[in-house]
Design a protein around this ligand. Structure first.
Ligand code: DP6
Length: 330
């Protein structure tokens, strides 16, 4: 019987509490600093990969659209790593579907490249460990290395390809946090995070950020393990503002926020004053991630939906990391 080189994986996006911003090695996606994240149960990418001798080129579609140029090169780059490692040089058909809007500030590259790393390596019979999978996913997109892991994780910078990967910090049920994503703008953002990373070191505040981060990471971990939501939330917001301070003070400056972002930030401050414990964090886009305790998530989503600039919300909990699925997309 002909061997079928086919596999499907599903992967969550993740939200960083401590952000990855700036690359020490842009080719290998090695960051300047450690980062900490939680993965997102309702922001998922499913990817099926089939390597097939009938194909003369890689064929890649994301959300029913065939991709080309630099987007395709990025996917092909990761497939090449898998082909090289397995010694099987076949072209692949890749079909990938997101259940959330692409490139809207929810890291579709994180869920996309982690799902690709697991499905492609599995299709070619590589039986990689979590650590190896996290490293492989990182080569596609830095933050993808964190989506591999269940629940909460830390990505340690490391000092080279083999030591820069994410490892679990706590299981999904360690602390019942939620991330209510408030979507303000479904348009594709104009400047991707990859471009933002390149500019990071041009900010006059970048060195200062790196010097202060180890202490901030220590404090946020203490708050996390003590389940001290107020201390945790304060640090979370401080870090989100720090990321955008870097972006806005780069040369040239990058502005990821829109009016909606500002409206939500003000609302969060008001909700807190009124006794609803919720804090914001924002990645490289206009959408706002409202971090709260799981028991308050519906209330937070209800309040967010009342705002003029919020088109919809997605409630997420920490969940299982990237995993295989029996049912293929084609
Ligand atoms: C702001 O992982 O998307 O979301 O490695 O170039 O693919 P590449 O960048 P990416 O950067 C994510 C940046 C961020 C912060 C974070 O998720 O830590």
């Amino acid at each position: 019987m002909k061997r079928l080189f086919k596999a499907t994986a599903v992967s969550p996006a993740n939200i960083a509490f401590i952000k990855y911003w700036g690359k020490k090695d842009p080719l290998l996606n090695i960051p300047f600093n450690n980062s900490i994240s939680m993965n997102l149960s309702n922001c998922l990418t499913t990817t099926t990969v089939e390597f097939n001798s009938n194909l003369s080129d890689d064929l890649i579609s994301v959300d029913e659209k065939e991709i080309s140029d630099s987007k395709k090169d990025r996917v092909t780059g990761l497939l090449d790593l898998v082909r090289k490692r397995s010694g099987i040089d076949l072209k692949a058909k890749v079909v990938s579907r997101n259940n959330f809007p692409q490139r809207a500030g929810i890291a579709s590259s994180a869920s996309g490249f982690s799902a690709l790393a697991l499905s492609a390596s599995n299709a070619l019979g590589l039986n990689l460990t979590k650590k190896e999978l996290s490293i492989l996913a990182r080569r596609g997109s830095g933050s993808a290395c964190r989506s591999m892991i269940d629940g909460y994780c830390e990505w340690k910078t490391g000092d080279g390809d083999n030591s820069s990967y994410a490892a679990q910090m706590a299981k999904p049920d360690y602390w019942h946090l939620a991330d209510v994503v408030a979507i303000t703008n479904k348009e594709e953002k104009k400047i991707g995070s990859t471009e933002g990373h390149e500019l990071a070191a041009t900010s006059p505040y970048f060195r200062r950020r790196l010097t202060r981060l180890p202490q901030k990471i220590k404090r946020i971990k203490e708050a996390f393990f003590a389940k001290d939501f107020l201390a945790f939330g304060k640090l979370l917001e401080e870090e989100a503002v720090d990321l955008h301070l870097m972006a806005m003070s780069s040369t040239p400056p990058v502005f990821y926020w829109n009016q909606g972002t500002m409206e939500i930030i003000h609302a969060v401050q008001k909700w807190r004053k009124n006794g609803l414990p919720v804090y914001f964090t924002i990645d490289a886009g206009p959408n706002v991630h409202l971090i709260c305790l799981r028991k308050d998530a519906e209330k937070v989503a209800k309040e967010a939906k009342k705002l003029e600039s919020v088109s919809f919300t997605i409630i997420n909990e920490p969940c299982q990391g990237t995993h295989l699925k029996d049912k293929h997309l084609f």
